[in-house]
Design a protein around this ligand. Sequence first.
Ligand SMILES: NC(=O)C1=CN([C@@H]2O[C@H](COP(=O)(O)OP(=O)(O)OC[C@H]3O[C@@H](n4cnc5c(N)ncnc54)[C@H](OP(=O)(O)O)[C@@H]3O)[C@@H](O)[C@H]2O)C=CC1
Ligand SMILES: O=C(O)C1=N[C@H](C(=O)O)C[C@H](O)C1
Length: 266
Amino acid sequence: MSEIKVIVAGPRGKMGSEALKMIEKQPALSLSACIDRKHEGRKVSDIDGLPPFDAVIYTDAEACLRQVDADVLIDLTTPENGYKHTKLALENGVRPVVGTTGFTREQLDELMQLSEEKKTGAVIAPNFAIGAVLMMQFAKWAAKHFPDVEIIEKHHDQKLDAPSGTAVKTAELIKEMREPHHQGHTDEKETLEGARGADVEGMKIHSMRLPGLVAHQEVIFGGLGETLTVKHDSIHRESFMSGVKLATEKVMDLDVLVYGLEYLLD
Ligand SMILES: NC(=O)C1=CN([C@@H]2O[C@H](COP(=O)(O)OP(=O)(O)OC[C@H]3O[C@@H](n4cnc5c(N)ncnc54)[C@H](OP(=O)(O)O)[C@@H]3O)[C@@H](O)[C@H]2O)C=CC1
Ligand SMILES: O=C(O)C1=N[C@H](C(=O)O)C[C@H](O)C1
């Protein structure tokens, strides 16, 4: 396999900096450039705490994606910027691998259509941790037998989007197995607004944000006289990196956008 040339957007972030460390360890990947909000024209190696790459930092994403010779854009930024970068990448023939969450359904549909039009593969994965992908698949399976379900996701307090991309994706997978229906007492009333969480066709999603947390989710199913809990914890962001690497390699063979790492697992 020839070397895959990568641009990373968000290199100073919690995930972006972890992605740079992963690229540094992979002989099959090379860093062509970074997209950041700061440090125009400087080398990555000039920035405190980042690995010693000679790759140059661009603050203008469009200029970067037009000018730099790259195969893949890894985006780990914010919902608004991640969407813009993904669109620009597709328009410039660079394959996006997107971990950024918080895109709307309309944005995802638009990006899928653009990817198809441009015949440029893309991966948008709300969670790159293999354990989290399995947790979502197990939850989908369980929903066939346990239609009453609530999702509790817990994250660090710097997270911008709620519910998490993982919780949204989990609810979408469960929806494929579960008929919409009300859960709980039909006369139930919230005496404090929001007490029952967000509602997706009757199932509930609860989002917790606290310092000290990384990324955690429980999917709790209730049946007659029993409950089943499917649970996943990322306790370090290196948990996401084997998935980022896999997506970066596999996107080279795609000509459509896939939403979820499960499509790339054997
Ligand atoms: N799919 C997955 O497995 C995972 C996804 N995520 C998602 O990844 C994203 C990043 O998460 P995380 O690393 O924790 O967040 P951070 O806030 O730590 O990092 C985001 C980085 O993006 C930078 N940034 C903001 N705007 C721009 C821009 N226009 N161009 C380039 N860089 C920009 C920020 O810079 P500054 O600090 O100066 O604002 C910051 O360095 C989130 O959407 C999160 O939900 C997180 C973990 C796993
Ligand atoms: O912001 C995070 O940290 C995470 N975001 C993703 C999400 O929204 O699901 C993935 C993981 O949960 C960590």
